[in-house]
Write a protein that binds this ligand. Sequence first.
Ligand SMILES: [Zn+2]
Length: 184
Amino acid sequence: MTTAFRGVGDNDDQVHRLDSGKWQDQTFPRDGWRFSTFKDAGTAHIRCEMCLNARVRFAHTLVHAKVPEGILVGLMCAEALQKDDYYGPERREREYRDDLRIRNDWHKRKWKTSKIGNAYINARGFNISIWRKGAGYGVTIRVENRFEDEFVRNDPKMYMNLKEAKLGALDRLMEARAELRRQG
Ligand SMILES: [Zn+2]
């Protein structure tokens, strides 16, 4: 029987041991867990609350009807606790890390200017444009090259300047990505 998930080159404190921590407690639920949110512990890392061994930066918050406080776990323990959704934890963590990368790199992005003078950017399959809206700016995000169900969302906000509009555009991009994920 496997007692630990060990990747090549993993240090001991990166291993989610299946024979340690709450895995030893037979009364602790092994199924019925549902993903809630991520917690980014940053460089501090936190101890996986299931195996109590691995230290992780990205913790999956899992919730359970019988465990009101929930549990913060790393990927391997998340997969072991969600066998009915085995590929879910890895996909969610990948998407979360990807979102984080987009956020961190956003300020480096070079915006272009359209023929009619609007700032725009093509990012991750989306076209995002900023246009004059009254005394300020509006933001529109769309997915292009879709034959059906063209995706267009207009930001209801008005931004006072281009800098704010570009930050708003990032939030709209995150929301649009989440919305399309939910649609599957
Ligand atoms: Zn663990």
